[in-house]
Design a protein around this ligand. Structure first.
Ligand code: NAD
Length: 270
């Protein structure tokens, strides 16, 4: 078991590493011996996370980034190589819905703001594609690479109101499968690409959609719970086991899969 799941000294790059799900993932991976490069926008949050990791005996660095900007990502990659010498795993965690791209309950698709729709697709789809291209260059040189994208329940079946986010995450799932085939066929079986597909976890990007300021659930929050056999939202820590499996050799023959972690939401109909 130890060898299969051993991630000691693996260099793992995580975009969106300062988010609610990202913070939990970065802390966990570093606690299990990985060297983690945390890439996100907010330097104060990033520095605090690195300090927390180091205080617990782990190894991490923070680099400010924008996942839609190839030039900044290229600088990030060079800095990671200077610091750690290689890149074993890329987790494309940056993403999320945006308030402007959400269709209000009283509106219809005809009211959709095209710029907001484009922005949410840009962050979630291009913010996965561009880092993948930048970091894959190093993986190809190393003849080994592992990429974990973050998809969403909204990719499996469209959710009401979040048309842009759902379209972008569906494209992330499709790109995951495309890239799994492409990299393995062109560069061999040491290249794997999978997606983690979380159901509903209350975080900053969806708090206003799912909860009222007093913490009680909105109608949408209650509808989600009613359609989840486990009858609750997920806890960020509940993604860690599946993530660990995907970044480790335990999933050595696994590529192009979408690993759903959702308390049964997708499986359930009536
Ligand atoms: P979050 O808002 O807490 O974190 C988002 C992270 O992305 C932050 O670190 C932020 O700095 C970073 N980010 C945003 N724009 C960026 C940019 N242009 N460049 C670099 N970094 C940028 O969100 P979260 O809920 O922790 O979500 C993490 C991932 O999981 C996202 O891809 C999200 O879509 C996905 N997801 C979340 C849920 C959920 O229920 N929370 C469900 C399914 C999928």
């Amino acid at each position: 078991m130890y060898e299969l799941f051993n991630i000691n000294n693996k260099v793992i790059v995580m975009t969106g590493g300062t988010g609610v799900l990202g913070t939990s993932m970065v802390s966990y991976l570093a606690a299990h011996g990985a060297k983690v490069a945390v890439l996100a926008r907010n330097k104060a949050k990033g520095d605090a996370l690195v300090e927390h990791v180091k205080a617990n005996g782990g190894d991490a660095i923070f680099l400010q980034t924008n996942v839609t900007d190839k030039a900044i990502l290229t600088q990030n990659a060079e800095e990671i190589i200077r610091e750690y010498g290689r890149i074993d795993v890329l987790i494309n965690g940056a993403g999320g819905n945006m308030p402007g791209a959400t269709i209000a309950p009283d509106n219809t698709i005809l009211d959709l703001n095209i710029d907001d729709f484009r922005q949410v697709v840009d962050l979630n789809l291009m913010g996965t594609v561009i880092p993948t291209l930048v970091f894959s260059e190093y993986m190809v040189q190393q003849r080994q690479g592992n990429i974990v994208n973050i998809s969403s329940a909204s990719a499996l079946r469209p959710l009401t109101r979040v048309a842009g986010y759902g379209a972008a995450k569906a494209a992330v799932s499709n790109f995951t499968k495309y890239l799994a085939g492409e990299l393995a066929l062109k560069f061999g079986e040491n290249f794997r690409v999978n997606a983690l597909c979380p159901g509903f976890f209350i975080t900053e990007q969806n708090r206003a959609l799912l909860t009222h300021p007093d913490g009680t659930y909105t109608d949408r929050g209650n509808t989600i719970i009613a359609h989840t056999p486990f009858k609750r939202f997920g806890e960020p820590a509940e993604l860690l086991g599946t993530l660990h499996y995907l970044v480790s050799d335990a999933s050595k023959f696994v590529t192009g899969t979408i690993a759903v972690v959702d308390g049964g939401f997708d499986a359930f109909s009536i």
